[in-house]
Design a protein around this ligand. Structure first.
Ligand SMILES: NC(=O)c1ccc[n+]([C@@H]2O[C@H](COP(=O)([O-])OP(=O)(O)OC[C@H]3O[C@@H](n4cnc5c(N)ncnc54)[C@H](OP(=O)(O)O)[C@@H]3O)[C@@H](O)[C@H]2O)c1
Length: 282
């Protein structure tokens, strides 16, 4: 996992007004990795928590790995005349959508986007760059890009026992690209409660740990970075207390056997985009 701290704090849907406090609690609990995005609309509040703890002397900026994600290229590249044509509302992902509520696709080649991101590294604005939701063909294309200046440090993908991503993880790791598991606890309000799964419950009892801790430890033992989100102080602390026990190989196999190829984040309004990544198996 290299320089990226194995457990980070997810911040999607972490409400402004609560997330600053969550970040402070997280830093005190030992988190040194924060997963953010422009689209989460709370980067200011995350930053306020970080700044507070730096000023308190608890942590230094150079100790922290802070990930962000630029606005979707579709948003940047849409010609302004299109924005006034049939632009109903920004939708859940803040993307411009057409009358049928589908994203207005951009024809930008992601290799061009990558070059622009490489410029950010060259000019010292960011230290590392990575990708998210890339399937193995997209990643291969990026890695084969002529004159690639910087490799992606990670591919951030949905990953939990119901979508264990065995093939994509092994592909990424064989190419020297780390994997970061998002939605590792199954997220919220999706009608799926991973933490209630009887296998997870049984293993949690066996180790005297919570189901969330089992789900997080599962990723660590696969050399996968993991970014559970919480704004609840007790859970924030619990989710990083995962380094004092080890799942057995039998436990790992039982958890792996739960796979049901259940993708929770399908981004349905982007299905018509040329780079929609989930049309192939992995
Ligand atoms: N790149 C992408 O496309 C992408 C997509 C989705 C997510 N992400 C990133 O990945 C992060 C994590 O994914 P996620 O937020 O979708 O889902 P998640 O981390 O799997 O689940 C978060 C939910 O679990 C609850 N929770 C956290 N710890 C718990 C515990 N110990 N016991 C019981 N419940 C617990 C949280 O509640 P409370 O907050 O109320 O405690 C929240 O409702 C996001 O926040 C975001 O940073 C990236």
């Amino acid at each position: 996992m290299g320089d990226i701290p194995a457990v980070g704090l997810g911040t999607w849907k972490a409400a402004p007004g609560k997330v600053t406090e969550a970040v402070k609690v997280a830093i005190d609990a030992g988190y040194r990795h924060f997963d953010c995005a422009y689209l989460y609309h709370n980067e200011h509040e995350v930053g306020a928590g970080i700044r507070y703890k730096i000023q308190e002397g608890v942590v230094r900026r150079e100790d922290l790995f802070i990930a962000s994600k630029p606005p979707h290229p579709a948003w940047i590249m849409i010609p302004s005349k299109l924005l006034s044509f049939c632009f109903s509302h920004p939708g859940v992902y803040d993307l411009p959508v057409d009358c049928t509520n589908m994203v207005i696709p951009s024809d930008t080649d992601f290799l061009d986007t990558w070059e622009a991101m490489e410029d950010l590294v060259s000019s010292g604005l960011v230290k590392n760059i990575g990708v998210s939701n890339f399937n193995h063909e997209q990643l291969e294309r990026l890695l084969n890009k002529p004159e690639l200046r910087f490799k992606p440090v990670t591919n951030q993908i949905e990953c939990h026992p119901y979508l264990n991503q065995k093939n994509l993880i092994s592909f990424c790791q064989s190419r020297g690209v780390s994997v970061t598991a998002y939605r590792p606890l199954g997220g919220s309000s999706e009608g799926v409660d991973l933490m209630d799964d009887p296998v997870i419950q049984r293993i949690a009892k066996e180790h005297n740990k919570s189901p969330a801790q089992i789900l997080i430890r599962f990723q660590i033992q696969r050399n996968v970075i993991v970014i559970p989100k919480s704004i609840t102080p007790g859970r924030i602390k619990e989710n990083i207390q995962v380094f004092d026990f080890e799942l057995t190989q039998h436990n790992m196999n039982s958890i792996l056997s739960l796979d049901r190829n259940l993708r929770l984040a399908t981004f349905p309004i982007s299905k018509n985009h040329k780079d929609y990544p989930f049309h192939i198996e992995y």
